[in-house]
Structure formats: structure tokens, C-alpha cells
Design a protein around this ligand. Structure first.
Ligand SMILES: O=C(O)CCC(=O)C(=O)O
Ligand SMILES: [Fe+2]
Length: 203
């Protein structure tokens, strides 16, 4: 089922279910090379979700700030190759949402355990904001906070479940967003976690 949240944003429920085994296998392959880790914010806090990347770039945060890096700072090696199933799914969803030219060069993977969350933020470390964001959710469900262009705007709340793909761009590209605290539970394929794969064009 496809649901438009606005002219520029598409929630395609369950699209990723048909690829769920391949997706989880790809996630495990990335984790084996570049394990998820909790990053430091520039302000010195520790993020609650654990993160890693695949692709030509990876999003990192530390005391020096937020940025994209071509190498994993943990290993000093390039990030693992962006799995083909991520490309296929992201490009299919982006095209359906009205972004037929989207070609991601980074897949940020967020691993959430029960009790972890992500506060309201904008994705603004990319070079070209005409490129959309594609987000794939796997495992435990969560409430996604869909804010406005100002931090103070009251967010809408939308449920994201296993297999859901969300594409946002255009006038929504710089909306504030985040996820509420993950509730306890066990997903039959993914276990006691939620995995979110966020595909972007960094450069
Ligand atoms: O986990 C999510 O659904 C959102 C992730 C996110 O906003 C991000 O990685 O920038
Ligand atoms: Fe984000």
C-alpha cells in the first residue's frame, strides 16, 4: 500500500518485505566488515542508536562535527560496498515517489535496541538537497516523528513497520524528523532490534 504524506513524500508500506532475507543478509555482511558503533555528538553526548555505513561515503559524527568520510574511522579502510539490493529497492521506491534519477552513494545503517531513539534533526550534510532520502525499516516497529521546517513545529506521528520504505524530498527534504523510543519486542526475522537503512546522495 502506498500512502502520500505530501506531494513530495511517499510511504510505501511493506515494499521491502519481498527482499527481507536479502536485506538482512546484506546488513550482516556490512556489520561483519564495519560493525555498528555508538557515535559521539559534537557536544560530547553518545548517540543511543549504533551506526555504520556502506557505499563511497559514510556519515560520521565526533567531537569535530558531522560529516561524510570515504573511510571507516574504526578500521581506516573504505566503507563496505553498497549492497546491490539496497540500490534496487531505493531506486524503485524513489522512482515511484517522483525521483527517477536518484542514485545513492551512501547507505547509513542505524541499529536500534529497545529503549533507544533518535531526536528531531534535519539531514543536511549532503551536497545537493534536490536529491531525496530513502529510508528502509526492518524489524521492530517504531513511531516516526515527522516535523516541519522549523524545530518548533509539532511533528506528526507515523508508524513505521518491518518492510516499510519512506521517500522524502522536494519541499520536505529539510523537514525535522526522528524516531521515538523503541519498545521491547522480538521480530521473527530480525530479533530484538530495529534496523533502519537510510540511502542518500552525499556528493
Ligand atoms: O531510523 C529512522 O527511521 C530515521 C533515521 C534518520 O533520520 C537518520 O538516520 O538520519
Ligand atoms: Fe535523519
Amino acid at each position: 500500500m502506498m500512502q502520500r504524506w505530501s506531494a513530495d513524500t511517499l510511504h510505501w508500506k511493506g515494499l521491502a518485505r519481498r527482499y527481507e532475507k536479502e536485506l538482512m543478509h546484506a546488513v550482516e555482511t556490512v556489520f561483519a566488515d564495519a560493525p555498528p558503533r555508538q557515535l559521539q555528538t559534537p557536544g560530547g553526548k553518545t548517540m543511543s542508536a549504533a551506526m555504520t555505513n556502506s557505499g563511497d561515503y559514510g556519515w560520521v559524527s565526533d567531537r569535530k562535527g558531522y560529516r561524510y568520510e570515504t573511510k571507516d574511522p574504526l578500521s581506516g579502510r573504505p566503507w563496505p560496498t553498497l549492497p546491490n539490493v539496497f540500490h534496487v529497492l531505493a531506486e524503485q521506491a524513489a522512482a515511484a515517489a517522483g525521483y527517477p534519477d536518484f542514485r545513492p552513494d551512501v547507505a547509513l545503517i542505524n541499529q536500534y535496541q529497545p529503549g533507544t531513539a533518535m531526536g528531531l534533526h534535519q539531514d543536511r550534510d549532503e551536497a545537493d538537497f534536490t536529491q531525496p532520502i530513502v529510508s528502509i525499516s526492518l524489524g521492530l516497529p517504531v513511531i516516526f516523528l515527522w516535523g516541519g521546517l522549523q524545530r518548533r513545529d509539532k511533528p506528526e506521528q507515523h508508524l513505521l513497520e518491518h518492510g516499510d520504505v519512506l521517500v522524502w524530498g522536494g519541499a520536505d527534504r529539510l523537514r525535522f524528523h526522528g524516531v521515538k523510543k523503541l519498545a521491547k519486542g522480538t521480530h521473527p526475522l530480525c530479533g530484538q532490534q530495529r534496523i533502519n537503512i537510510t540511502l542518500r546522495r552525499a556528493r
